[in-house]
Design a protein around this ligand. Structure first.
Ligand code: ATP
Ligand code: MG
Length: 203
């Protein structure tokens, strides 16, 4: 008997730190695309960012683990951290497909990343291999119709309540001595304070 393929969403990011925008985007994707699971996968070195993350890899990983812990269909995945090097999504997808042949993969991205898709490494191969789930995000807007016709069947637009939250803004608030409560899960807020993250320079 053939087992139905699992539907797994991947939420990739630097997570410097993880915040409620990431979690709500994943929840909206899970619900609308009827996913079985969402894996939060911190990037090792993001191809598109020129600045290094401020918090070290272990801190970012632990904050992701804390944030996903309460939700049984959210998981944290070390896949890209363990691969090392620049985290090209195409490499990740090829590796995941080889290791988990009976899974359909959905790559979850916010509006800023949808706008950036044409510049992704091996984007045509990626578009044939997986689906993308795109969410709107304050500061960028996109429509499925404006995408190349061949991509339109591969990108699913999912609605979410708009949260104007970014890790950049959270890091700035910390430097300014301001609160980050209600922008990140309580456990992450406590962790950031305990390790004095984002107070001054990188650590
Ligand atoms: P930074 O400001 O450091 O770039 P960020 O808040 O953009 O951090 P990332 O880790 O860069 O977070 O983003 C990971 C993924 O989550 C991206 O696809 C991004 O578009 C998406 N994302 C982040 N914040 C939101 C949000 N508030 N609403 C919807 N999607 C979001
Ligand atoms: Mg970003």
């Amino acid at each position: 008997m053939q087992v139905a393929a699992k539907r797994i969403g991947i939420m990739g990011g630097t997570f410097d730190p993880i915040h409620l925008g990431h979690l709500l985007a994943a929840e909206a994707a899970y619900e609308a695309a009827e996913l079985d699971e969402v894996w939060f996968m911190p990037t090792h070195v993001p191809p598109h960012k020129t600045k290094q993350p401020e918090a070290g890899q272990e801190y970012r990983w632990q904050m992701v683990e804390l944030a996903v812990a309460p939700v049984d269909y959210f998981h944290a995945s070390k896949w890209e951290l363990e691969q090392g090097g620049i985290s090209y999504t195409w490499d990740t997808v090829q590796g995941l497909q080889a290791q988990y042949p009976n899974v359909n993969w959905y790559w979850i991205i916010g509006g800023d990343m949808v706008a950036y898709l044409p510049q992704w490494h091996a984007i045509e191969e990626l578009m044939s291999a997986i689906h993308f789930i795109g969410l709107q995000r304050p500061g960028s807007s996109w429509t499925v119709e404006a995408l190349p016709p061949a991509w339109q069947q591969r990108i699913i637009e999912v609605a979410m309540p708009q949260l104007d939250i970014s890790s950049t803004n959270i890091r700035k608030r910390r430097k300014d001595g301001r609160s980050i409560r209600f922008l990140v899960p309580d456990t992450v807020e406590q962790y950031v304070k305990r390790w004095e993250l984002y107070e001054t320079d990188s650590r």
